[in-house]
Each structure stands twice: as structure tokens, then as C-alpha cells.
Design a protein around this ligand. Structure first.
Ligand SMILES: Nc1ncnc2c1ncn2[C@@H]1O[C@H](COP(=O)(O)OP(=O)(O)OP(=O)(O)O)[C@@H](O)[C@H]1O
Length: 676
């Protein structure tokens, strides 16, 4: 009986959206007919059903009124005047339970909704399927959490009280009402933390299911404490729902949310998402609301969205067609370099400058540096850490150091990437979240959705994997109305590709960093220069770390057709930048697979990766192909960022054959400095 009632109540959202489409005047009649038809309802349950209808009706009236004002059929174009824009109004209009509104306004200190919240909370509370696109950092998380929570309370009002659902007999592993899927573990944990804040004055229980943690411990929590809202990553959720021994099902699931929807619907995750959906009750068995949120919704995913959402879904766009989904107030600067070896010194120069400026600007420097490989993130992190004065003490269990020189003692150095355990990643995220000032070296695991407060700078090392990823990374700064700036470091040979991936974005060329033009060999003579400091810091880096970074670069730059230019650039990085006497070797199998087996400057061989191995003491079995030490001319011009001419390198280096003979007059690395 109870289940039949709950199922009937779960139909409310669909009922309500049907009502919305049919017009306000017919709604009362329809709703009362429907109420009379609820033959299964127990006498005592009628009040809650009536309340639920009341909520639904009030919302449909608001939306219809807004529609009428806007004189349009499209609810998303409705005048915002009639939609609720302040959180406290949700209580005065009896749409959201006072306990939840109290949490929002008193505990979380929120008053006005953001645009995406105004446009989606009203719609989502009435049960519509939604896809919403809004800029990073504009409060999308709350835009789906709040309607999910209130819709759960509509179905079971006893959960509105703190003690209502706690450990009671009605809280079981089968009670999952909402499933929120996120592409990364960190983001799932962050959403769960936000959800736990929101439900704190209710009896609703939130659990997480993320990879890298003990599955059995998570399951125990779900089974013993119960679960109404489950937040997880695709792999672990699939694991749990497909494991009959786990005993976790969601027969009454009424809400499914895809956060960072475009990422979840892309090739990487789509098979797992399909599998999860196959394991959930079908919409015929249990009507559910699906909501998708992201800052980026590329055209490619729109068809998938259509096949996943109910017909008539709302597409809420808070980004205009003619507008880029990055914040206009975020200055975005690009620096191009003739050599990869200049980039880390330039990073040190930039950080040093910003740390000094912090007090003047009233904002301590807090930056995320995105690297395109885990190996690079580890290397850069090690270099920055080694800039600390000798004897600096480790200050937490995960090796985070304070960096007293040349930076303030209070700059935390942290890293997050796939090579760390989940516990280390979570700890680092937590430390960075609470750090007043710090530098986080990160791979793309933090690029989407992570809400680290007061990040002043996002620095991207190398061409980002895609336009979407650039936007999401940049979105870690300038959140919730704050200021921030973005920096992009590119080698000249990346400029053309970067321009094609990021065309139209408001990137401005920056020439303020002396390290972008410095002659590395000359700069080494000045021990105070960032180049010399980085070189000194390099001395403490194990050779195995360098070797891994070198090899990883071939993967990062796989898309570069000019293999020769890349080989030369990496050779310069290893010798001029890292101070090695020859390039690390590349196993012939790998070199062949990547198309570098006959490219000058690539040394084929099998040097081991032991920490004490040396690249400087001879070839150790590596056969050098072409020169390994001397450097040819490096030409660069500075014609101004935005120059549309593209790289000027010869594209004839197409496999290396010509290099064997050497091509008279051919120059190495002829890329325009400012060809972005
Ligand atoms: N109405 C509001 N008023 C003020 N701050 C808010 C409001 N809603 C959310 N916030 C705060 O704004 C910050 C960003 O919110 P959130 O992480 O949900 O953004 P997002 O749009 O999901 O970003 P991303 O696209 O990066 O995932 C959070 O710190 C959140 O607490």
C-alpha cells in the first residue's frame, strides 16, 4: 500500500508538467479530479498529497503568470519579474519547506538567487526535465539540489524534520530518490558536501559512491544509515547497481541529475551512463525527472540530450548565443615562448610578482596551475617545492611544504592528479580550499565544477585539450561574483592549434614576463634570475622524474604534425632547461608508435628509470639519432599577439627521412613568437 501511494505521489511531477502545458484555469479541475481518483491513498496520507499538489499548483501559477507577462510560449523566456528570485520567498509562498529555507538564508547566508537558479529552481520544482547552461561559478549546484530536496519532502513530508528519516525503519538502501552523477571524484564529494549542508535541518540522508574509496565501506553506510540522495561517479555507481550482493536499488527514483552533462555524455563516459540507466527503473515503472547542468553544451551533445530527456524538456540558457561562456570580467592573457625551457621560470616570475602584489590588491595570491600530464604536474610541483629554502619542514602528511623563499611563508604548495591516492587528493583539495594563499598543481581532475574559494589566477601550461576544458579550467577563478584572471602559456609551435581550439575567446597577448624572451644560457649567470633558481631547484629532481616527464611530453603533444620541431623543443628543454647533458632515451617501440623513431634529436634506447640513473654519463645503451647536444639557430619574431600568420615552421619534417641527410639551410624551430 505504502509503495503504491509513493508511486502515485511520484507521478506528481509529470502530472504537474502536464498541467502546466494545459493552462492554469484547467489545473484546479484536473487536480481535484486526480485527487478523487486516488483510490489507493490511505486516509492519513491525503494531507501530504494535497500539500504536494498545492506546491505544484503554486509553481505552475507562477510560471504561467510569468509566461503571460512575457507573452510567449517559451517558459524559459518568461519575465523574471514573476519568477521567484529570493530564497525567502520560497517559504512565504509555501513552495519550499521553512527548514530548508532557514538553512539557505541563515546557515548558508544566501538571499538572492543567481540567474540560473531563478530560471531553473522554479521550473524544476514543478517537475520538468531540464537542461541548463550557465557560466562557471554561478551556482548551478544549488539549482539542482534545492528542487531535488523539496521534491523529496513533497513526497514524504516527515523527512522535513531532522529526526524524521534518521535511522527510522523507512530509511533503507532502497529509498534512493535522487541520483546525482558527476564525472570526477572530487566533484562528487564536493556536491555531496553541499547537499549535506542543505539537508542539515531535515531527515534526508546523502551518501557518496566514488571510485578510489573502499566500496564496502560506502555500501555499509548506505545499508546502515540509508540513502535518499546518492552522489557518485559513473564507474562506482555502475559497480554498485550491477552488483546483486550490494543490495542497492532505486525502485522509487524520482530524480536523475547529470552535473557537467556534456562530459558525462561524451564518448568516455557514455557506455557507463547507458549501463547505469539500464539498471535503474524505467520511466514507465517510475516517473522521474532528469536534469542536466553544464557551463558548456556543445552542439554534438544536443542529440544525446534529446534522447535522454522527456519530450518538452526546458532548455534554460543563461549564456547568450553571441556570448562566450567565460566571464567578460576575467582578463585572459596568453604568453608565447620560443622555448619550452622558459615556461617554468616564467611561471616562477609570474607567481613571485603576484605574491608581492597580493597585499596591495588586498587579495592573497591563490592559483591553480593546470598541466596536460600528471608527469608534468609532478615535475613542476617538485621544482616549486625545491625553491623553498633548504631545511624547510614538511607541514602535513602529504608532503605539502611552505615555500619561504622567494615566496611568502604562507603560500601552500599542493598537487592533485591521478597518481595520488584518493585520500591524498581529497586532503589536498581540502587544504587548498582552506588555504588563504597557495599554488595548486593540477591535472584536469579539478578542471570542472570544483569550487575553491578566492582563486585569483588560473594558469594553463600548454594548449588545453579542448575549448570546453579551457573554459572549465578558467572557471575555477572569478566565482560567485569575485575577480580573477587567466593565463595561458604556449610554445610558439602550439599557437596555430591553440588559436583553432580557442578562436573567439577574449585572449590578450601579454609581454610582461621577461622569461618569455630571455636567453636561458645568459640568464643562468644571474643567480637571482628565475631561470637560475629553477635550474638550481632542478638539481634535486630525480632523473626518473625527468625521464617520465620527457616521455609524457610526446603523448601530450601527439597532435603536433611537425614531429621534428617537437623533438628539437624537447631536446632544448632537457638540456637547456633541465641541465642534462643529453636527452633521455625513448624506448624504440614507443618512438615507433608515436612516429619518432627516425626523428633527429630523439635518442632511442632503454635507459632505466631508477632514481639514480644518469643521462649525463654516456649513452648507456641508447643510440643517439642525430645531434644530442648542439643547438641550431632559433629564430623568433615578436609581431604582436593576434597576428594571424600562423607558425612559420617548415612542415616538410614529416617523418624524419630528410633529416638523415640534413637539409642545407634548414633552421630549427622557426616559429613566429606571436602566432596565436
Ligand atoms: N545565490 C547565491 N548567492 C551567492 N553565492 C552563491 C549562490 N548560489 C551559489 N553560491 C556560491 O557560488 C559558488 C559557486 O557555485 P557552484 O559551485 O554551484 O557553481 P557552478 O555554476 O556549479 O560552477 P561550475 O560550472 O564550475 O561547476 C559556491 O561557492 C556557492 O556556494
Amino acid at each position: 500500500m505504502r509503495r503504491a501511494f509513493q508511486r502515485t505521489q511520484a507521478q506528481l511531477p509529470r502530472f504537474s508538467s502536464a498541467l502546466r502545458r494545459s493552462g492554469v484555469s484547467r489545473q484546479l479541475a484536473l487536480q481535484s479530479d486526480w485527487l478523487l481518483d486516488l483510490k489507493d491513498i490511505k486516509q492519513g496520507s491525503l494531507p501530504s498529497a494535497t500539500r504536494a499538489i498545492h506546491h505544484s499548483l503554486r509553481l505552475t501559477q507562477n510560471i504561467a503568470a510569468a509566461k503571460a507577462e512575457a507573452n510567449t510560449d517559451a517558459p524559459t523566456n518568461a519575465s523574471e519579474k514573476s519568477l521567484i528570485t529570493k530564497f525567502h520567498e520560497l517559504e512565504t509562498q509555501e513552495i519550499v519547506h521553512r527548514n530548508v529555507v532557514k538553512t539557505l538564508t541563515q546557515d548558508m547566508g544566501l538571499s538572492d538567487m543567481t540567474e540560473v537558479q531563478t530560471k531553473t529552481i522554479n521550473q524544476a520544482l514543478s517537475g520538468n526535465d531540464i537542461i541548463a547552461q550557465a557560466k562557471t561559478g554561478t551556482g548551478k549546484t544549488l539549482a539542482f539540489l534545492l528542487p531535488i530536496l523539496q521534491n523529496i519532502l513533497n513526497v514524504d513530508p516527515s523527512l522535513a524534520q531532522r529526526s524524521g528519516g534518521r535511522r527510522g525503519p523507512r530509511t533503507t538502501a532502497d529509498d534512493i530518490r535522487a541520483l546525482i552523477i558527476s564525472p570526477t571524484r572530487e566533484l562528487a564529494e564536493q556536491i555531496a558536501a553541499e547537499a549535506k549542508k542543505l539537508v542539515r535541518n531535515t531527515g534526508v540522508i546523502v551518501q557518496t559512491a566514488v571510485g578510489g574509496t573502499q566500496k564496502s565501506a560506502g555500501l555499509r553506510n548506505i545499508q546502515h544509515q540509508g540513502c535518499h540522495i546518492l552522489v557518485g561517479t559513473p564507474g562506482r555507481l555502475k559497480d554498485i547497481f550491477s552488483d546483486p550482493r550490494a543490495g542497492v536499488q532505486a525502485p522509487d527514483l524520482s530524480a536523475l541529475v547529470f552535473d557537467e552533462a556534456d562530459r558525462l555524455l561524451d564518448q568516455g563516459f557514455w557506455p557507463e551512463i547507458q549501463e547505469i540507466m539500464r539498471l535503474l527503473p524505467t520511466p514507465a515503472e517510475c516517473d522521474r525527472q532528469t536534469m542536466m547542468f553544464s557551463a558548456t553544451v556543445p552542439r554534438g551533445v544536443v542529440d544525446l540530450v534529446r534522447s535522454t530527456l522527456k519530450p518538452g524538456f526546458d532548455f534554460v540558457r543563461c549564456v547568450r548565443d553571441d556570448e562566450e561562456p567565460t566571464h567578460a570580467r576575467v582578463p585572459q592573457k596568453v604568453v608565447t615562448f620560443p622555448g619550452l625551457e622558459q615556461q617554468v621560470p616564467a611561471l616562477v616570475e609570474l607567481c613571485t610578482r603576484c605574491i608581492k602584489e597580493g597585499p596591495e590588491k588586498g587579495r592573497p595570491f591563490k592559483a591553480i596551475v593546470y598541466c596536460n600530464s600528471t608527469a608534468e604536474a609532478t615535475l613542476v610541483s617538485d621544482i616549486l617545492r625545491n625553491l623553498a629554502t633548504p631545511g624547510a619542514e614538511r607541514n602535513d602528511a602529504f608532503g605539502s611544504l611552505r615555500a619561504p623563499h622567494p615566496w611568502s611563508r604562507d603560500v601552500r604548495l599542493l598537487e592533485i592528479h591521478a597518481k595520488l591516492s584518493q585520500a591524498q587528493r581529497t586532503q589536498a583539495a581540502e587544504s587548498f580550499r582552506h588555504a588563504q594563499s597557495g599554488i595548486l598543481l593540477s591535472s584536469d581532475v579539478t578542471a570542472r565544477g570544483m569550487d575553491f574559494p578566492n582563486v585569483t589566477h588560473v594558469i594553463q601550461m600548454g594548449t588545453p585539450p579542448s575549448r570546453e576544458q579551457y573554459i572549465h579550467r578558467l572557471g575555477r577563478t572569478a566565482r560567485a561574483g569575485k575577480e580573477g584572471e587567466g593565463w595561458l602559456f604556449l610554445h610558439n609551435f602550439e599557437a596555430r592549434e591553440a588559436r583553432s581550439r580557442l578562436g573567439g575567446l577574449p585572449l590578450q597577448k601579454d609581454e610582461s614576463l621577461t622569461c618569455s624572451t630571455v636567453n636561458v644560457e645568459n640568464a643562468l649567470k644571474d643567480p637571482e634570475s628565475p631561470v637560475a633558481m629553477v635550474r638550481a631547484a632542478m638539481k634535486k629532481i630525480p632523473k626518473a622524474t625527468l625521464h617520465k616527464s620527457y616521455l609524457a611530453m610526446f603523448g601530450v603533444y601527439q597532435w603536433i604534425r611537425d614531429k621534428q620541431a617537437l623533438a628539437y623543443a624537447l631536446q632544448d628543454l632537457a638540456i637547456k632547461g633541465w641541465g642534462l647533458t643529453q636527452t633521455p632515451s625513448v624506448p624504440p617501440g614507443i618512438a615507433q608508435r608515436l612516429g619518432f623513431s627516425r626523428v633527429e634529436g630523439v635518442r632511442l634506447g632503454h635507459d632505466d628509470l631508477e632514481p639514480d640513473s644518469s643521462f649525463g654519463g654516456g649513452s648507456r645503451g641508447g643510440s643517439s639519432y642525430g645531434r644530442s647536444g648542439g643547438f641550431g639557430d632559433r629564430r623568433s619574431s615578436r609581431s604582436g599577439f593576434g597576428d594571424d600568420r600562423g607558425p612559420r615552421s617548415s612542415r616538410s619534417y614529416d617523418g624524419g627521412n630528410q633529416h638523415r641527410q640534413g637539409r642545407p639551410g634548414q633552421q630549427r624551430g622557426q616559429y613566429s613568437h606571436n602566432a596565436f
